[in-house]
Write a protein that binds this ligand. Structure first.
Ligand code: BG6
Ligand code: MG
Length: 220
């Protein structure tokens, strides 16, 4: 029986996935190369330093650790310029209503994000109070696709992994959920999120009752 919902943040509850893309591209451009939307899909759910390594490898750029830390800090400054303009209007369509529905249905709610900026973003859009547990980038040692972030969320909520649904827009996040033995609801395109148990374009397109019925069906 499902008892808890674990939400990714960037690209699921708020549209910051676009801000990450813009800030990383700005950094890549400053080094003389660019990357595509398709490549960007492989960065979603991946920690800041792991993302930087992937981008530098794509551009064929090798740098000492000290320079890499500078670049990551620069990217984060550019990213925060965008985050600092966020308001509650930046919550993605249907997300807040869905979370409220889930709470009324008695679900426990956790955040499972590898972002170190997650608490700041939640505060900016006024969503901090909805969570029973918040697992962010400061509380984990392994980035998605490692299941650590979601397993920690389940443990903090005192539920079993099989009692959780994970909400994810990232290929790495879906893999983390499946490796953690959780039902994975993909937010986005089924062509991208091929390993998800179910995919919807946004939280506007599903109700809590419909989701729980789909889980029941899948778990037989
Ligand atoms: C994830 C994003 O939520 O957080 C990634 O999908 C990002 O794109 C990662 O790299 C780390 O975020 P931050 O805010 O700590 O740089
Ligand atoms: Mg995401």
């Amino acid at each position: 029986m499902i008892k808890a919902f674990l939400f990714d943040l960037d690209g699921v509850l708020v549209d910051t996935a676009v801000f990450h893309y813009q800030a990383w591209r700005r950094m890549a451009n400053s080094l003389g190369f660019d990357f595509t939307h398709e490549f960007n899909e492989t960065l979603k759910g991946v920690s800041r330093m792991d993302s930087l390594d992937r981008i530098l490898a794509l551009g064929g750029v090798a740098l000492p650790d000290e320079r890499k830390l500078e670049l990551a800090a620069q990217k984060n400054d550019w990213y925060l310029e965008l985050v600092n303009q966020m308001t509650p209007d930046d919550i993605l369509p249907g997300a807040e209503a869905f979370v409220e529905q889930a709470k009324r249905a008695g679900m426990k709610i956790a955040l499972g994000s590898v972002s170190k900026n997650a608490p700041l973003i939640l505060a900016r859009v006024g969503l901090t109070h909805v969570f029973d547990a918040i697992i962010d980038g400061s509380k984990i040692t392994h980035s998605k696709p490692d299941p650590e972030v979601f397993l920690n969320g389940a443990a903090e909520l005192n539920v079993q992994p099989a009692e959780c649904v994970v909400f994810e827009d990232a290929v790495a996040g879906i893999e983390a959920a499946k490796r953690g033995n959780m039902f994975a609801l993909g937010i986005g395109s089924p062509d991208v999120l091929t390993e998800a148990d179910l995919v919807v374009p946004s939280l506007e397109h599903i109700t809590v009752a419909e989701l729980l019925a789909a889980v029941d069906k899948a778990q037989g």
